[in-house]
Design a protein around this ligand. Sequence first.
Ligand code: SAH
Length: 219
Amino acid sequence: MESKFYEDAIDYWAQVPATLEGVLGGFEFISDDDVKGSSSFLEELFCCKNSSPPERNIALDCGAGIGRVTKFLLTKYFDKVDLVEQNQQFLEKAHHFIDNPDKIGTMYASGLQNFKPDKKYDVIWNQWVLGHLKDADLIEYFITCGNSLNPNGLIIVKENVTSSNKLEKDEVDSSVTRPMKHLLRIFKKAKLKIVKELKQEDFPKGIYPVHMFALRPNI
Ligand code: SAH
């Protein structure tokens, strides 16, 4: 039995339409700029100047929704993409929404707090979902992700960060938005080091700042 925090999030997403507008909370117009920002971030990580770029064989899209990140970003860079998403309707939509099905591997219907990958990935992409995990579960999840990377693999985190320096709770979708300090503390506890960090540009004013992090186990 999941706790109320997780149950409420399941209930919230169950009544959200399986559309771009739905998964982006009415902000579907930021998707193009979002993908542009993510592409340049990824390309810098792949670049020869980077000391140990990841391979481009297989990526995992976590909290994938209807497969927006998979369709517009990950399938452009990787041979195969697996998805994990707890909402079954979103996963069903993803089958139609993603237009190059040959690139799609396995779709896992699971909450990230319970997910144990059965293979290794070059990139594990987490976007606009980690606020749905409790701190202790997020630390465990990051450790699991760190153990599920191929050599030179990277965990990517692209999340809202509060500008208030305080943890902000959203009772409607049952999530939290963490301040930067809080997020950095969680990375540290999960023994992840930051390889690269960048703030997303060209987003409208009045929404949370969005930061991208490339992380690897600190060994
Ligand atoms: N990352 C996608 C979707 C963002 S919407 C994108 O950027 O387009 C947030 C998604 O997280 C929803 O699809 C929701 O069902 C999913 N989600 C919420 N809590 C989750 C959890 N605990 N585990 C896995 N997915 C979760």
